[in-house]
Design a protein around this ligand. Structure first.
Ligand code: SAM
Ligand code: 2KA
Ligand code: SF4
Ligand code: MG
Length: 247
């Protein structure tokens, strides 16, 4: 099957990590292979419908049927959005790397932005990343700490993943909570350092959900110091789109 199940498409500003504020077209694919207690996004693998703005940036959504064919979707996006006004197209989800065959057919048709294709991923599928890395320009890779997600951290898969991602522009994002252990941050820092000490680490305080509690101001500073003992570039950046009332 060449089609894929989508959740939504919208134009907004990137709200997380070092590209905060950049205008992006977000393509949110359906389904996820991971479980994060704090997740703020539905992960139904096969929703009957998906939504797209009638007018870019106006949040007047129209409902469309799933699944969608890649070439048809590329035509819808390029006729609907002025990609030249956008920094990049953000492929997100759910977990976008569950849809690599679809992405390889979609991406050639949506390459008109200023900085290309931005992949927002949970960092758990290195072989899937290898199959599409040539089509991607920027990788936002999560490291999934057990203290926040409730699922055991896949350290080996993360290491293999970052090795592949380092072939392009990449940064690592780690959601931290009140229960994040300094040892987890240290292991994250050592993983990054072992591949490239220059790769930036973003500590993203959890937006409280699912019983996962936002870390205290003091705790965030201690965690950042722990990472700075290992890495050059460590910033604390929250989910800013929520503060701006942006999607
Ligand atoms: C919804 S996920 C989709 C992409 C991919 N599955 C991943 O986890 O990176 C996008 C980003 O939102 C973050 N996120 C989801 N829920 C959050 C929350 N409650 N607080 C902070 N960040 C959250 C994830 O950690 C991830 O960096
Ligand atoms: N504005 C905005 N920025 C984002 N960065 C990552 C997002 C995601 O859900 O993947 C996201 C999102 O949902 N909205
Ligand atoms: S990997 Fe991403 S989409 Fe999947 S549950 Fe975690 S935060 Fe949500
Ligand atoms: Mg989001």
């Amino acid at each position: 099957m060449s089609g894929a199940y989508l959740q939504e498409i919208f134009s907004s500003v990137q709200g997380e990590g070092p590209f905060v504020g950049c205008r992006q077209v977000f393509i949110r694919l359906a389904g996820c292979n991971w479980t994060c207690t704090y997740c703020d996004t539905p992960t139904d693998p096969a929703p009957k419908t998906w939504v797209m703005e009638k007018t870019p940036g106006c949040r007047n959504f129209m409902t469309l049927a799933n699944p969608v064919e890649p070439v048809e979707l590329a035509e819808m996006i390029t006729s609907h959005y002025d990609l030249t006004l956008h920094h990049s197209v953000s492929l997100t989800g759910g977990e976008p790397l569950l849809h690599t065959q679809f992405l390889k057919k979609l991406i050639p048709g949506i390459c008109g932005t200023r900085a290309g294709i931005f992949l927002e991923t949970n960092g758990t599928l290195p072989d899937k990343l290898s199959s599409v890395i040539d089509w991607v320009d920027i990788v936002s890779m999560d490291v999934k700490l057990e203290s926040s997600t409730g699922t055991k951290t896949p350290w080996d898969a993360h290491k293999r993943f970052l090795t592949v991602a380092a072939r392009k522009k990449v940064y690592v994002k780690v959601v931290v909570s009140a229960s994040t252990k300094e040892a987890e941050i240290e292991q994250t820092g050592k993983l990054i350092y072992s591949i490239d000490p220059e790769i930036e680490l973003i500590l993203q305080p959890v937006t409280a959900r699912g019983g996962i509690v936002t870390p205290s101001v003091d705790r965030v500073l201690r965690l950042q110091e722990r990472a700075l003992k290992i890495l050059q570039n460590v910033r604390v950046i929250p989910q800013t789109h929520l503060m701006m009332g942006q999607l």
